[in-house]
Structure formats: structure tokens, C-alpha cells
Design a protein around this ligand. Structure first.
Ligand code: F6R
Length: 237
């Protein structure tokens, strides 16, 4: 892992440069995207660079990490809706090239890995981290060999995400998520963590053992993973 510590603004710029480099080298790259608060600065930056002609997504393909079970793409809290509103509608990607796991047809979740493989595999995967160390929605205990699967969300994750819903009761109890193996198969990873509330888990992820109890700790083993941290998230290192 290569660790880069900077301001959130600069991190958005530096992370966006990775997309410029990749898409200029490989215009039909496969991009793995994440939702949540963390990538919003990067997504704004990508839209800005796209509008300025510094990169194009017209031949790119995308696969998102996860989706809530039970929500279809028109639901305002679905991750499909989030991606459309926060990125896809602001860049030149053909909507048919974008993929988010289905939240309503969860019986064949593993087929998502087949679709990723058929597209050539993920070139650049973006990741954030949950307070319990989850990446995607792979909660502590998820086997490192897992592929895309249905997961039970922990009370901690449901509580963290309740801020987007009117009450915690509305937060789904399950999600579909790329597995740990799916994520580790990406050729390059851009990981971002911002804020003091992430400092403790960042310390465990970087300085602790590689263990399924801290899913993100597996990134210590990835051959091409950059970890972008703001000063707050890096404050316990
Ligand atoms: C979202 C995802 C999650 C988030 C994590 C952090 O697609 O896979 O692992 O990255 O929960 O969320 P934020 O960025 O809201 O702190």
C-alpha cells in the first residue's frame, strides 16, 4: 500500500489524476465505483475534468461495489440513483455501460462476477471504508475468498447510513456486495478515507494484522493500492 496524506480537496484532485492517466492510456477501461460521502469530491472533480475535455468516459464500463437489497434503481436511497445523480448524469458515459448490482433480483448475485470478468476485469477500483472496516458491504468475518453475495448489514453500518433515510427502520437490513476476492482482483485500487471518525479503523487497517475481522486490512496484500487519507483520518498513524 502506498499512503498519501493531504487535504480532502487535494485528495480529490490526486485521485482524479489516476482516472486521467488510466483513461488516456486505456479509453475502454473498466472502473469500479463506490457510493457514500467519501467519493463526492472525487466525482465532482471527474465531472469537471470531463467537461474540460481532459478525459472521456465514452468507451469506459463501470461496475459499482454494492446496492441495498429491496431497493430498485428509482428509490432515492438506492445506490443506482446515487450514482446517476452524483456522477453518471454529469459525465459522458453511455448509461448502458454502467452496472450496479440489482437490489431486487438478488438470487443470482454471483453472476455479477461473471459480468465483470466478461468485461475484462476491473482496471481501477475505488473504495471507502466503514467504521467497522468494511469495504463494499463486506462486514467483519466475510471470507477473503468471497465473490458478489448477499450480506446482512450490521447494526453499526445501518446506523451510520441512517443519516440518508428518514429513520433507521427504513434502512434495509441486507445488501448485495462485490466480495473480497472480487475487490482484490482489481488491477489498481484507489482507497479514500476522510475524517476523524475513520482514524481508529485506519490505524487497524494499516498497522494491524491482516484479518477478516478488519476486512480492509486485506488491502495490505494488494500489489497496486494507493491509500489517500486526510490529516484527520491519518491522525492515529
Ligand atoms: C459504498 C461502500 C461502503 C462505503 C463506506 C464508507 O458503496 O461500498 O463501503 O465506502 O461505508 O461510507 P462513507 O463514504 O459514507 O463514509
Amino acid at each position: 500500500m502506498k499512503i498519501i496524506i493531504d487535504t480532502p480537496e487535494k485528495i480529490a484532485e490526486l485521485a482524479a489524476e489516476r482516472y486521467v492517466e488510466l483513461l488516456n492510456r486505456k479509453p475502454n477501461a473498466v472502473l469500479g465505483y463506490a457510493t457514500g460521502s467519501t467519493p463526492l469530491g472525487l466525482y465532482a472533480q471527474l465531472a469537471k475534468l470531463n467537461a474540460a475535455g481532459k478525459l472521456t468516459f465514452k468507451d469506459a464500463t463501470t461496475f459499482n461495489l454494492d446496492e441495498y437489497a429491496g431497493l430498485d434503481g428509482t428509490h432515492e436511497q438506492s445506490y443506482r440513483y446515487f450514482m446517476n445523480k452524483n456522477l453518471f448524469e454529469h459525465i459522458d458515459i453511455p448509461m448502458e455501460n454502467t452496472h450496479v448490482p440489482s437490489g431486487t433480483d438478488t438470487a443470482h448475485a454471483g453472476d455479477y462476477d461473471k459480468a465483470i470478468a466478461a468485461a475484462g476485469g476491473v482496471d481501477l477500483q475505488l473504495l471507502g471504508i466503514g467504521h467497522d472496516g468494511h469495504i463494499g458491504f463486506n462486514e467483519p468475518g466475510t471470507p477473503f475468498g468471497s465473490i458478489t453475495h448477499v450480506v446482512d448489514l450490521t447494526p453499526m453500518t445501518r446506523e451510520a447510513n441512517a443519516r440518508f433515510f428518514t429513520s433507521i427502520d427504513e434502512v434495509p437490513t441486507q445488501a448485495v456486495s462485490m466480495g473480497m476476492k472480487t475487490i482484490m482482483n482489481a488491477r489498481q485500487i484507489v482507497f479514500i478515507a476522510l475524517g476523524k471518525d475513520k482514524a481508529e479503523i485506519i490505524k487497524k487497517m494499516i498497522d494491524g494484522d491482516v484479518t477478516t475481522e478488519v476486512p480492509a486490512s486485506i488491502l495490505q496484500l494488494h500489489p497496486n493500492c494507493e491509500v489517500f487519507l486526510d490529516h484527520d483520518a491519518a491522525s492515529l498513524l
